[in-house]
Write a protein that binds this ligand. Structure first.
Ligand SMILES: [Fe+2]
Ligand SMILES: [Fe+2]
Length: 251
């Protein structure tokens, strides 16, 4: 694992980014980011990933929060690189699991059966009080999963966007932050064209996001977008042709 990186911090609140890279550069491992929000000692873990990274992530997370103080674990969608370790986190924490209603039963195939610990999100999302702020779960369906939500933390103004904004890159950096959006676009394009549902869906999500004050977009692969790059990314995404827009290339 790379060094973890604090991407937001004030007296009461912190957001930490963890990254696992394709260290062998043999394209056998998909690089991933995981995030931890801590408010006055209480944690929320975001897209913790697969069983393959569980032990190392557990160690890294425990540097920032008592594992027993992780209150919620959020899964943007059902993919193995997002939620494959749900059974391990269920054993090692007392956390509640937050995910789309579409995927709850699928979790049994990752060895998870404690359905009474799941807080189910319906399609329109939800808002949850957390410390003196809120966590907002925003619809992001078909971007790329049919039941997909983003999480916005009002204290840090970080939007955890799952696979939206993801770039498949083998470039371990101290801080995985976009510095040149024009150059970064080429790393976004291939992934978004094929994995995202359609331009109409991209626009629906962008319109929702533009109504909130976002300082950082933190995706599950690649680099985070900060400040001006947030707007540049949203503008790019709202113009993107992807998924069913490119039907003739697929069939
Ligand atoms: Fe995914
Ligand atoms: Fe992913």
């Amino acid at each position: 694992m790379d060094e973890s990186k604090i991407i937001y911090e004030d007296d009461a609140h912190k957001v930490v980014m963890f990254s696992f890279d394709d260290e062998t550069h043999e394209d056998a491992f998909l690089s991933v980011n995981q995030y931890l929000v801590v408010h006055q000692g209480i944690g929320v873990l975001v897209d913790p990933g697969s069983e393959a990274i569980f032990d190392e992530l557990y160690e890294a997370v425990s540097e920032y929060v008592e594992i027993q103080n992780i209150k919620y674990i959020f899964f943007s969608h059902q993919d193995p690189d997002v939620s494959g370790s749900i059974a391990q986190w269920a054993i090692s924490t007392k956390a509640k699991f937050i995910m789309s209603s579409l995927w709850v039963r699928f979790m049994s195939h990752y060895g998870f059966t404690q359905m009474d610990r799941v807080m189910t999100l319906l399609d329109h999302g939800a808002q949850l009080k957390f410390g003196d702020g809120t966590l907002k779960f925003i619809p992001a369906h078909f971007l790329h999963s049919p039941g997909n939500l983003s999480m916005y933390d009002s204290n840090s103004k970080v939007l955890f966007s799952g696979d939206i904004g993801a770039a498949i890159l083998n470039a371990p950096e101290d801080y995985k932050k976009v510095t040149n959006f024009e150059q970064h676009k080429e790393h976004l394009l291939g992934f978004h064209k094929r994995y995202m549902g359609s331009n109409k869906l991209c626009r629906a999500w962008v319109e929702k996001i533009q109504r909130i004050d976002v300082k950082i977009i933190a995706p599950q692969h690649g680099y985070v977008f900060e400040d001006a790059d947030v707007g540049l990314f949203l503008a790019w995404l709202s113009e993107l042709k992807c998924g069913s827009d490119l039907l003739e290339e697929l069939y």
